[in-house]
Design a protein. Sequence first.
Length: 516
Amino acid sequence: MKISFYNTLTNTTERFEPLNKEKVTIYGCGPTVYDYAHIGNFRSFLFNDIIRRFLEVVGHEVHQVINITDVGHMTDDHLADGGGEDKMLLAAKKLKEAKKSGKITAGAVQNPDDPYQVAAYYTEAFLEDARRLGMKIADEYPQRVLHATQNIQAMLDLIQKLIERGHAYVADDGVVYYSVESFSSYGALSGNTLDKLREGSGGRVLAEDQINKRHPSDFMLWKPDQSHIMKWDSPWGTGYPGWHIECSAMAMQELGETIDIHTGGEDLIFPHHECEIAQSCGATGADAFARYWLHVRFLLVEGEKMSKSKGNFYTVRDLVEGRATGQPVHPAVLRFELIRSHYRANTNFTAKGLADSTGNVVKLNRFVSEVEEAAGGVAEDVDLSHPILKEFTAALADDLNIAGALAVVLPWTNKKAKKPQEALGVCRKINHVLNVMPLQSSLPLANLEEMLLGDVPEEVTGACSAMDEARANKDYGAADKIREELLDEGWQVQTTTEGTVVQMRLPSELQQVLRA
RNA sequence: GGCGCCGUAGCCAAGUGGCUAAGGCAGCGGAUUGCAAAUCCGCCAUCAUGAGUUCGAAUCUCAUCGGCGCCUCCA
């Protein structure tokens, strides 16, 4: 199968050929654990999950690794003096407040002053959200999900190598910097070559921050700092590692000097990934660190960039637990909403989109359960030559064209399957990638339809009976009045031969959008 | 100022030189229904603008307008 990806390194869509056909290596930049990850973060993480699942379905074995940044970097780490506040201290402060106000359970973090406990708390939260959304890697933890703080030695070794090879130096202030001038292809990924950086810095690089560096773009590898809340011994003094070094160190340690695919949000192209390349290739002398660099564009919320000040900063738990829209959003719906559009286009997270996704996910799940029943639960073993799977995988093989892939699946599920056992086999394969029909998770999840229905209050079942009675008496005026009332409350009402039933109830925010 | 991405129907979103421009939501018409809902059948775009290349372009080139990202912590 011909697979192609848009490679940021070359700005072209390239044919994908793994280095080793037996095992494709993927590294994804994971979360920082100073706070809950938001749905924009998860769009990026889910993208990594989809690539992996797709490659598996077309027959590759995949070795996927992500990192967890739990080193307490400074808010202004980019400055030479590593100024600003320690992110881990900020997180601790916030956790204490949350504990006081009862937002988190008191036992969750015993001592918020212990940075490792803070990190552990948010790591657990991340993993829980990831499992809810059906991310495979979360179930492999602690394998393949690497903590920066547990791999300091690998970073020290890498820094040592960089110094030996003349790519790094110890400055007058004792900080170890990477010398960008020592790496001739610096800027190849982002286009920010050194000459352009110098011209285009727009006066934002302050001279006093640069005083100890040989070049303004030199970045920190190790900072000796006794006062830092998390610190480790090193040949360059007790301190902490720079932001970029962990990914280079852990990716190479786990996956080898050159990996196949590296993913992350578009904002990581520069400086993070540019620096990773400089560090990794500088240390190994290899031509490439990652052969394919794939970057996900940002998620907007109702057309705006997500930010805490705008109040449109959503976490998975806010949505799933109903705090964002007034009623719980099923994880399968959220997963679908976050994966349904192309990774290289801005996607707009909206209430309307959630409603659309709800409809689609319900539809897919109904289809699968009908097929399952008709097939007696027996799935035929189908291969990718099946017309639906052929088109489905062909769309995904074309730079992960998920919208195109869905356009194959959705119309197919409109018709009753002629050969249920074969269809079930097809569904299983499709679901290996989509994982929404149903969503398979190691966490217990609410049944989608039951959740949409919620607990039907007695008034509502009573109203249904009253409506049946009115209809039996041909008092249609009264029956219609009851129906109107139920519809107003957001219930979808259906009259069947067995009587009136309510079918589902969308979150109130979605109802408003749909009525508008 | 530099480096990139993008602009397809009311909304979301495929299509990357050539049959009648996918699919979903909404809408409309029909079947069905006491009326609805659900379901089923059918309908619904000349592709931001302008110029060019070509036998032929939404697809390539240039320009213009508009949106977005990065260049500073950020998925």
